[in-house]
Design a protein around this ligand. Structure first.
Ligand code: 0PR
Length: 383
């Protein structure tokens, strides 16, 4: 830090220069991110209430009430209006809170194992390390869903929890949660569903198999408003089936504005503006609004998947379930394809065997037309 400060105009000028290289969502060229530019109304609401801190709910009781309402709304969306939980920093903290509650519900948890699909998000690696759990990865079936027979075989007396994913990070696949729920019930295990991305997509599609609290074995669900909910970061969501589980996360803070108060999140100070912005988004869109957005993203997703399959050197890994497409190469080096695309300002995500495209609301038909044209060219150049 320098001794003397600078005028704000000068700082803004410096920032504009320092950040100019970064691609903005509204360029339509970010094609591999699970986030988007927050809705303008959410941005406005966020700015207006930026000083609210839910780490001290006694000071912001009305904001805390809005969090309860948001959780209830998300619970209804996931078939359980009496679900309890919190709006947290993101999917990572939401998944952490799920497994933390699970661990704290078990007095004896030596050598505890959590069975996860091999497609699981890397946040679980951090969480397992933090909580002293062992992740046991289960292979996928030919549809890239977790192989349920293999899950069954891997359950032992050390197993503490099962994880299912509703919208995998790489391919957007929905695991067979119904079967996982049965296994969880039969073996008295905790089942957490990671719907960080899919939670704001799957409920708005026709014909989605049950994956939420409708299934009696589901203990908790992650659902992130800062992904397809169009809310500003940070806004993840963790929902528990009942109060008993959520209470396991209660930590008493004796000195805050409400006198003795409690927190159920990992972080202390946390953004009340995030919660209020999510509340505003849910009210503003309603189910019909989100259904429309998801419908538009899905239409473009299916169109792009068809176009990619027409490129002889490329193929879609699996027919998309949600607005996520995995693309593999039949020859040309994928790393080079992704690098060349990046040089043309297209950003896609690169996984070990495929690249991932996510059709978020900032992607429009004209962007896709240009993308397909450039992709065809890149594939020829790289080959
Ligand atoms: N669970 C699943 C299924 C996820 O896909 C993710 C993140 C998480 C949990 C963790 O969520 P947080 O990042 O909110 O903690 N998935 C995104 C991904 O890996 C995260 C992301 C978002 C990465 C936007 C890049 C980006 O531009 O793609």
């Amino acid at each position: 830090m320098d001794e003397n400060g600078l005028p704000s105009q000068e700082i803004l000028r410096q920032l504009q220069d320092l950040l100019k290289e970064e691609t903005g969502f509204n360029s339509g060229r970010i094609m591999g991110s699970m986030c988007t530019s927050p809705h303008l109304f959410a941005q406005r609401v966020y700015r207006k209430y930026v000083d609210k801190n839910l780490g001290d709910p006694g000071l912001f009781p009305a904001t805390a009430q809005l969090e309860t309402e948001v959780v209830r709304s998300l619970g209804s969306l996931l078939s359980n209006p009496s679900a309890v939980g919190n709006i947290v920093t993101g999917g990572t903290e939401a998944n952490l809170l799920a497994l933390w509650a699970c661990v704290r519900s078990h007095s004896d948890r030596r050598e505890s194992e959590v069975l996860v699909p091999s497609s699981v998000h890397c946040s679980f690696e951090k969480i397992a390390d933090l909580l002293g759990l062992r992740l046991v990865k289960v292979k996928l079936n030919e549809h890239f869903q977790v192989d349920v027979a293999e899950v069954r075989r891997k359950i032992t007396s050390r197993t503490l929890a099962l994880i299912g994913i509703a919208g995998t990070t790489g391919l957007g696949v929905l695991d067979p949660i119904y079967e996982l729920s049965q296994l969880a019930q039969q073996n008295n295990l905790y089942l957490h569903v990671d719907a960080a991305f899919g939670g704001f997509v799957l409920p708005f599609l026709n014909g989605t198999p049950p994956f939420d609290f409708r299934l009696p074995g589901v203990s908790s669900i992650t659902i992130d408003p800062h992904k397809m909910g169009l809310a500003p970061i940070p806004a993840g969501g963790i929902l528990f089936r009942d109060r008993k589980l959520h209470r396991k996360l209660t930590w008493t803070v004796p000195y805050l504005s409400g006198g003795e108060t409690s927190q159920t999140t990992f972080v202390g100070s946390r953004s009340g503006a995030s919660v209020i912005a999510v509340w505003a988004m849910l009210k503003h869109f309603g189910k019909a609004g989100y259904r429309k957005i998801v419908g538009r993203c899905m239409k473009l997703t299916m169109e792009l998947a068809r176009e990619i399959d027409e490129i002889p050197e490329l193929a879609v890994v699996v027919r998309p379930t949600i607005n996520v497409i995995g693309v593999k190469s039949n020859g040309p080096d994928l790393v080079k394809i992704v690098q060349s695309l990046r040089e043309m300002q297209w950003a896609v995500a690169l996984f070990p065997r495929y690249m991932r495209i996510v059709i978020m609301p900032h992607v429009h038909k004209e962007h896709l037309n240009q993308f397909v044209q450039d992709l065809r060219q890149v594939v020829v150049d790289v080959n």
